[in-house]
Design a protein around this ligand. Structure first.
Ligand SMILES: *[C@@H]1O[C@H](CO)[C@@H](O)[C@H](O)[C@H]1NC(C)=O
Ligand SMILES: *[C@@H]1O[C@H](CO)[C@@H](O)[C@H](O)[C@H]1NC(C)=O
Length: 279
């Protein structure tokens, strides 16, 4: 801008200088038509330069304003995201953007057929759990097989943010959630978070919180359950994933990787119904 201004002054001085010579304007026209043409050309060039500079300055202003706006929007987004973890464990229906943020952490879960108690059977795609047919041949247990507890674990070992949904039976009682890798339900009850297991249960169509006191809730057992882990924050949350309602959150500090865990009460009646199934 400054150099543009000094150029203008410089040009103006030159023009003034040529007018101070003794040659009459007529002579000038006759003798130096090229000079006149040059002066006009310079004026046009100068005007064009000034216009260009003005446009550049305006454009610069627009770019700077846009950049500032982006920064402000970025800041707003960060602030909103900061709220997401606390909103993810608030009572009631989860806000839509928070739900999208949770579901974006979707983990592809599979059950470990080797872990299943002999009364339970994992589907061939390792996604669903059924009652084993009493006529099916006995399986040889491995060191991962539940021998006493009618339980199953996931193959997945989790230690990040992870979300998954599963269909759950409303017909028979179950307990499910996450357990540490070393927790063994054959030896310890699955209802005490201090032992390294964070679960909820379903009994008589209602959800119970296994916080060590088996706290009953008014929540009806949903057809589809959402489970969300934020390992770094020590958070395990359960949702009715049909209506996106928060059911319960455990807050703790994890020291071990976690597996999905489910115990289902079977044996009284033979049934072909799906008990739980990852979706
Ligand atoms: C299911 O698990 C078994 C045992 O780990 C494995 O051999 C099989 O490939 C798995 N099936 C699928 C479809 O992942
Ligand atoms: C089972 O045995 C395998 C290999 O022997 C071992 O890697 C694994 O940690 C064992 N699992 C459990 C639950 O003890």
């Amino acid at each position: 801008m400054l150099s543009g201004c000094s150029n203008i002054n410089h040009e103006a001085e030159e023009e003034g200088g040529s007018q101070q010579t003794d040659i009459s304007p007529q002579d000038a026209q006759i003798q130096n038509p090229e000079d006149m043409f040059t002066v006009q050309k310079r004026t046009v060039l100068m005007a064009a330069t000034v216009i260009l500079i003005v446009i550049l300055v305006l454009l610069g202003g627009v770019v700077i304003t846009a950049c500032r706006l982006m920064e402000v929007i970025d800041q707003l987004n960060t602030d909103v995201h900061k709220e997401f973890p606390s909103l993810s464990r608030k009572e009631g229906i989860v806000p839509e953007e928070v739900w999208r943020w949770i579901v974006a952490a979707k983990a592809d879960m599979t059950l470990n057929p080797q872990s299943a108690h002999y009364l339970l059977k994992v589907s061939s795609d390792n996604k669903s759990l059924y009652q084993a047919s009493l006529s099916s041949p006995p399986r040889v247990p491995t060191n991962e097989t539940y021998l006493l507890c009618s339980c199953v674990s996931s193959k997945n070992l989790l230690n990040t943010r992870a979300y998954f949904a599963l269909k759950v039976t409303q017909r028979v009682p179950w307990t499910l959630g996450l357990r540490t890798e070393s927790f063994n339900a054959d030896r310890s009850p699955d209802t005490d978070p201090n032992a390294g297991i964070w679960t909820i249960a379903s009994a008589e169509g209602k959800i119970i919180i296994n916080d060590g006191k088996a706290t009953p809730t008014l929540h009806v057992t949903p057809a589809m359950l959402g489970l969300y882990l934020d390992y770094a924050r020590g958070q395990v949350s359960f949702y009715d994933s049909v209506v996106k309602r928060h059911l319960h959150t455990y807050l703790t500090t994890f020291k071990e990787k976690l597996r999905f865990y489910a115990a289902v009460q079977v044996g009284q009646l033979e049934t072909q119904d799906m008990l739980i199934s990852f979706v």
